[in-house]
Structures are given as C-alpha cells and as structure tokens.
Design a protein around this ligand. Structure first.
Ligand code: ADP
Length: 500
C-alpha cells in the first residue's frame, strides 16, 4: 500500500508541530490545517487516510468537520484531539464516527499507538477490498466458464449421460432425451436403469465404473431406441484414483450403418451381376471355340447373339455405375445438342429387338407423324431410354408385348413404354427410383439387375428439365412415360432439314 497520508487540523501551532514530530520517521506523509474551513478545503482537494482533528477550534468546530468528513469522505479515519475536561465530548465524537481520541496533553508514544492502529485498520481494509475484488473477478470467470460449458453441453449432437458411482443419473444434455428416446421424467436423481431399459447399456455403465475402464458398444435399432447407436462409456475418477461416476456419450450412427449396408449390398450385387453373365460369356466362347467347326452355322450365330446381349448387359451396368458416381460427384458433363427424337429410338430398337426376340416378345413402335427435336445429351438420353425399354423387355414374361409410342404435346415430347409384364406393387412403386432398390419376390428372383437403372434415368431426365410418370398394376404390366421440353418447334427443324 502507498504511504499513509495524515492531515492535522488544529488551531494551535504547538499541537500541530508536536503531533508531526511524534509521528515523523514512521513512513507517514503530513499536511496541516489551522482551522476547520481550511481542513475541509484541503480534504476536498486531496485524499487523506487519517485526519487528526481538534474538537475545540474557533470558526467551524471539530464536530462540524467530523460530520462533513463522515458524510463526504467516509473512508477517512478521524482521530479527535481533545482536552482533559472534554472526555465526554470525545465520546460523543466517537459515536459520530471518529476512530479514536487522544486527550491533551498526550505523550508521543500514545499518539503513535493510536495512529498506528488507525493505519493498520486502513491497511487491513485495503487488503480486504483487494481480496473481495479478486474474489468477485474469479467468481465471474467461473460463471463465464460454466456458462460456456453449459452452452457446449447443450448444443452437442451426441447424447451425454453422467452418473454417480451407483449408476444414478446426475446430469444429461437435451440430446440425451431425443436420441435415447427417454420417457422418464425427471431423469436426474434416478437410477440409469429407470430411463434406459436396455440391460446391456446399463451393464456397460456398471462395468466402466466397476473395472474403471472405457467401454465402447454398439446398440442396433430396437435395443435402446429406434436409432443405431454407438456408446462410449468412460469412468470418472477423483484425484485419489477412486471411481466416482461415469460419462457416456451416445452417437447416432444410423446413417453410417445404412451407408455400410448399401456398400456391402453393392459389393455383393456387383460380384453377383458380373459373375453370372461373365460365366455364361466364358462358357459360350468355349463352346464357340470347340464346337463351331462341327456345328451348323445357326448354332454359332445364336451363341454370338447371346454373347452380345450378355456383354451389352454388363456394359450397361458399368455405364450406369460410372454415370451415377459422376453425377454424385458433380463431375458429369451434359453436352447438349439438338437431336432428332426418332434417331435415338431407331438406334435403341435395333439393339433391343435381339433381346426381345430371344423371349419372343413383340415390340410395337408407333412414332409421331412429325419429326421432333430436343436439346439433349445424346449419350445420356440414349442410356435413359435404353434402361426403360430394356426393363420393359426384362420384366415382361416370354411371349408378352412392349408398346413404344412417341408424341408431342404442350411443348413436351413424350416417350411412353407400355409392357404386359409382371407389374410393380403399390408398396414397391415409391422406391423404384432409389439407388440399389430391386423388387424382391418370386417373379424377379431369376431376373438379373443392379437396381441402378431407374435412379440414373431419374437423374438424367431431371437434368434435362423433364419428368417421369409411372403407372403399374401387379401381374398386368407397367407404363413409363418420360417427358422432355421440345426446345424448338418441330416444323422449324423440318423446314431446315428439307432445305438441307
Ligand atoms: P434393375 O437393374 O434391377 O432392373 P432398375 O433401377 O432399372 O434396376 O429398376 C428397379 C426395380 O424396379 C427393378 O429391380 C424392378 O423390380 C422394378 N422395375 C423396373 N422396371 C420395371 C418394369 N417395366 N416392370 C416391372 N418392374 C420393373
């Protein structure tokens, strides 16, 4: 603390000097005033720690000065100086707030003791004030830290449950209620087993506490909640090393699991779909190699056709796969150019006829009377049309029909493919455009496919601002209609074509 500053207010010079002499050399700083007005004036301008105040002065007396000090500078300690006969006045001054009094005549030692007590009090008060300030600051820091932690805890997407050493819940975040689908209210203060009905989960926490070790477990849907959860349970230990509770974080991994499942389905599908056509292609090549010289030409040509169909199936699947992954990455390029509708279809029909013939399926193609053009990416649109038409053949039993019609109306060119095939149930219909979705059942068991064709069709059609319409009746057949904006009036193109 800085030096104690003392003001001596007394009308008698002898007293003023005497007091200063008695106290000098003790690290105090002195100022002197010879009357009350001067004293008040000096206090107003300067800050003092201790005022030694004569009670009996001409003009403003000591009591008035004391009143003023207690009202305007209450932290100043006032020691009154009073004559023998006026002890009662000294007592009155003490009641008014003076720290102590010194009677005249005083010994230097006595005044030193009184002043040093006042100085000590001032010092202690200053220290206490500083401690109070520090305490308030650290409390504010703790509160700040606590509110920060509370915010983080509250915003966490993972469910966090904290228990004591007896597995009684002492804290949890809001996500816990949602992710763990807890119905108990309140959760806090109750055994964990009351809120989480899955025994394995409760045992996991008990184990972490009992053996003081981190336990990680996965909980499939239907155990703790409808979600797939991964739990990470850690014991909480005190400084002594004793386990005092546990903290468990539950993470919703349903999406990861779905992706994992899709990946394994995909690998299984690719392995199966590549294996079976490749095996038959291999057999046919072998048969061709060995038997061609001895067999009639017809057999060779049938083999050749089958090899071609199987190889095209494979290539289409690989094309679908590559295109879909490109669309997912956003790296696919659409090179739009005006294409004549019939051109694409003629090309597809050439290919599909071979596939249809092997199943004795009749394909009827009714094109529009006028030519129509649309601004599309030739390869992508051809793949989309091919997927729809080859599905119609694939999912139509032997001897059935596939009717293909094109029409132009309302600024849209429409391709309708109507088959007399196995149809799709109402339950399956909403899913047929999902990646890897395949209808499972007796009718489709022996039909190969990847479940990627229609999702690719959808992506391609939407990328060309078109839309798809599907109607299906189980056991009767399915109609797919793909519609695309006709970018230029058909007549204009017809004229251009004629002029050329
Ligand atoms: P896939 O390679 O299995 O044919 P798609 O994505 O092309 O895959 O079709 C998804 C599913 O929709 C098929 O597995 C099939 O069950 C059903 N489907 C598609 N087209 C037809 C159709 N014309 N008739 C009956 N079912 C069909």
């Amino acid at each position: 603390m800085a030096e104690i500053r003392i003001l001596i207010i007394d009308d008698e010079t002898v007293i003023r000097e005497g007091v200063q002499r008695a106290l000098s050399g003790r690290g105090y700083q002195f100022s002197k005033a010879e009357n009350g007005e001067m004293g008040i004036d000096m206090i107003r301008k300067e800050g003092y720690d201790i005022v030694l105040l004569d009670l009996m002065m001409p003009g403003i007396d000591g009591f008035a000065v004391l009143d003023w000090i207690k009202e305007h500078r209450p932290s100043i300690e006032v020691i009154v100086i009073t004559g023998f006969a006026t002890v009662s006045k000294a007592v009155t001054a003490m009641k008014q707030g003076a720290f102590d009094f010194v009677g005249k005549p005083f010994t230097p030692d006595y005044i030193r003791i009184v002043v040093s007590r006042a100085a000590e009090k001032i010092k202690l008060e200053a220290e206490a004030k500083q401690l109070r300030e520090e305490h308030t600051l650290s409390l504010a820091a703790i509160q700040n830290e606590q509110s920060r932690l509370k915010t983080v805890f509250g915003c966490m997407v993972e469910a966090v449950v904290i228990t004591d050493h007896q597995s009684v819940v002492v804290h949890h975040n809001p996500a816990a209620i949602k992710i763990l689908e807890i119905q108990t209210d309140p959760v806090i203060g109750k055994p964990l087993a009351d809120s989480i009905l899955d025994e394995t989960a409760v045992k996991m926490v008990d184990q972490a506490i009992k053996h003081s070790k981190v336990v990680t477990k996965e909980f499939p849907p239907g155990t703790i909640s409808r979600k797939y959860l991964r739990a990470h349970c850690a014991p909480v230990t005190a400084e002594s090393g004793k386990v005092i509770g546990s903290v468990t974080a539950f993470e919703d991994i349903s999406t990861h699991k779905q992706i994992d499942q899709m990946k394994s389905d995909f690998v299984a599908m690719v392995a199966h779909e590549l294996k079976s056509p490749l095996a038959s292609v291999e057999q046919m090549i072998y048969a061709l190699q060995i038997g061609c010289e001895h067999e009639a030409g017809q057999a060779c040509s049938t083999m050749h056709k089958r090899i071609t169909v199987r190889t095209r199936d494979l290539l289409r699947m690989i094309d679908n796969l590559l295109n879909l992954s490109k669309m997912e990455n956003g790296t696919v390029e659409f090179n739009l150019e005006p294409i004549k509708g019939h051109e694409i279809l003629d090309h597809i029909l050439d290919i599909i006829t071979e596939q249809a013939e092997s199943k004795k399926i009749t394909i009827n193609y009714t094109p529009t009377e006028i030519d129509w053009w649309f601004n599309v990416d030739y390869d992508h649109i051809r793949t989309a049309f091919m997927n729809i038409i080859s599905n119609a053949v694939k999912y139509t039993p032997d001897g059935g029909t596939v009717d293909i019609t094109t029409s132009v109306s309302g600024g849209f060119a429409n391709l309708s493919v109507v088959d007399s095939g196995i149809g799709i149930s109402k339950e399956d219909l909403p899913h047929i455009f999902d990646r890897f979705f395949r209808v499972k059942g007796k009718a489709t068991r022996h039909i190969t496919g990847s479940g990627l064709g229609l999702s690719l069709v959808k992506e391609v059609v939407e990328a060309h601002q078109g839309y798809i319409d599907v109607h299906s009746e189980l056991g009767k057949g399915t109609t797919f209609t793909l519609s695309f904006p006709v970018t230029q009036p058909a007549t204009e193109h017809a004229e251009v074509a004629e002029a050329e």
